[in-house]
Design a protein around this ligand. Structure first.
Ligand SMILES: NC(=O)c1ccc[n+]([C@@H]2O[C@H](COP(=O)([O-])OP(=O)(O)OC[C@H]3O[C@@H](n4cnc5c(N)ncnc54)[C@H](O)[C@@H]3O)[C@@H](O)[C@H]2O)c1
Length: 415
């Protein structure tokens, strides 16, 4: 599940600059372009696509101000709307996919079909229908030797790499249990404006709608769930859990829950406890712990990696000082590979399966029922709108009181 194999000479690296297109020009997409440029490799940003003109303009300005000599995106290569991504991709060798998660399957499939090298943000989809598309395209990407790096950046963070190497080497014995957390106060809310259509409102306030976001268990907690899968070197066979909305009850809070608490069971019977919540003012915790037959480990994105045996004797303690930024490392490693014309990265399959693990968790908390991996993967509930247009209706709509319906465990059909 770590970045995979190396096949030299997989494609002909261009003699000049590598041409980059940005799809989804928000905070993360703009940041990813910065990180690409910071690698120091010869890269030119040649096209940009966003659903909204203002988001594209803000991103273009920020990138041009910092890296003007690396930007050559004339107005006719700035594509606005739902379909602009296809044209932007045609201009480039390499694409950054950073639109909201619901668009990842269609954007990833198109990038693979066009034969592009890919940096894709997580998560890879918001429902099982999307995951199946990504898994199929991931196979095509491998056969075409297209590098795919996914922004599950803990895979590019030294403490995680060092600890996982030791776990897979058996230093903790068999991993029999663990706990993974993303508990914090939550994220931004974008208020409804009177002139917006329902589609525009949901697109602006995308975090709160499952067809776009997948709920915070998918959008955020996927990072920690993915670490459990990495530690186990497999994916869970079933999930059960509980969740709901304790504090998230406004008209701008869409349909997502504010807490999910689950157990994931793996084929060998080991169990991972997963917990994510958005409660402002409550205690924060974002980390991962695992217990093995010989010892235990504490990990976090704050460069923790503390492994001890059951008597407390150290097995490995990661040095937390002067560690590289994993958001930069993923680009350093990707672009170093691209400029040499090599094939090294095939992150999409694991990223899709870790995303499905999180989606399976949402299915379990929404339905209040135990779900197997196969039930989740084969789910037929497709959240995506039938038509993408500013005057088209998403499948989820507010009631007359302005509040959106949300899942009721025990009643809601999820697959
Ligand atoms: N790896 C990480 O730690 C990390 C951190 C933040 C965000 N992310 C991921 O990055 C992605 C973007 O998040 P963000 O924080 O930048 O959100 P954002 O809202 O700032 O940016 C998303 C951008 O995509 C645009 N967009 C929406 N639909 C589009 C479409 N169909 N085609 C093209 N553009 C479209 C939006 O208008 C917006 O400008 C999400 O998947 C998020 O989960 C990852």
């Amino acid at each position: 599940m770590a970045p995979s194999f190396l096949v030299p000479g997989a494609y002909a690296a261009p003699a000049n600059e590598l041409k980059l297109a940005l799809i989804g020009c928000g905070g993360r997409g703009t940041g990813a372009v910065f990180q690409a440029f910071e690698t120091g490799h010869p890269i030119k940003l040649v096209a940009m696509a966003d659903a909204f003109q203002d988001r594209l303009d803000t991103s273009y300005k920020a990138i041009s101000e910092k890296f003007g000599d690396k930007v050559d995106v004339p107005v006719e290569k700035r594509f606005v709307g739902f379909d602009g991504y296809k044209k932007a991709m045609q201009e480039a060798d390499v694409v950054i996919l950073a639109a909201p998660p619901g668009f990842r399957p269609s954007h990833f499939v198109e990038a693979v079909n066009q034969g592009k090298q890919i940096f894709a943000e997580k998560p890879m989809a918001t429902d099982a229908a999307g995951i199946r598309k990504v898994l199929a395209a991931a196979e095509v990407a491998k056969s075409k030797k297209l590098n795919v790096v996914v922004g599950l950046q803990r895979h590019y963070q030294t403490n995680y790499r060092e600890v996982m190497k030791r776990i897979h080497n058996g230093d903790l014995g068999e991993i029999i249990g663990g706990q993974v957390y993303w508990n914090d106060g939550g994220v931004w809310v974008r208020e409804r404006k009177p002139e917006q259509t329902e589609m525009e409102y949901q697109m602006r306030n995308w975090y709160y709608f499952n067809w776009l976001c997948g709920d915070h268990i998918v959008e955020q907690h996927v990072h920690n769930i993915d670490i459990a899968n990495w530690a186990k070197n497999s994916y869970p066979v079933k999930a059960e859990g509980t969740g709901g909305r304790a504090v998230r009850n406004g008209k701008n809070h869409g349909e997502i829950f504010d807490h999910h608490v689950l157990t994931y069971t793996y084929a060998d019977g080991s169990v991972i406890h997963s917990e994510c919540r958005h409660f402002p003012g409550a205690a924060n915790r974002v980390d991962e712990t695992f217990q093995g037959t010989k010892g235990k480990v504490f990990l976090s994105a704050g460069n923790h990696g503390v492994m001890t045996d059951w008597k407390g004797n150290p097995i490995y303690t990661h040095d937390r000082e002067n560690q590289p930024n994993p958001y930069q490392v993923e680009h350093d490693e990707l672009w170093a590979t691209l400029v040499k014309g090599e094939y090294k990265f095939a992150d999409a399959e694991n990223a899709a399966k870790s995303t499905l693990t999180a989606i399976m968790g949402r299915y379990a908390t929404y339905s209040g029922k135990e779900l197997t991996w196969d039930e989740a993967l084969n789910g037929t509930v497709d959240l995506f709108p039938d038509t993408l247009a500013w005057d088209a209706k998403p499948k989820i709509l507010p009631g007359e009181d302005g509040f959106y319906p949300h899942a009721i465990p025990g009643k809601t059909k999820v697959v």
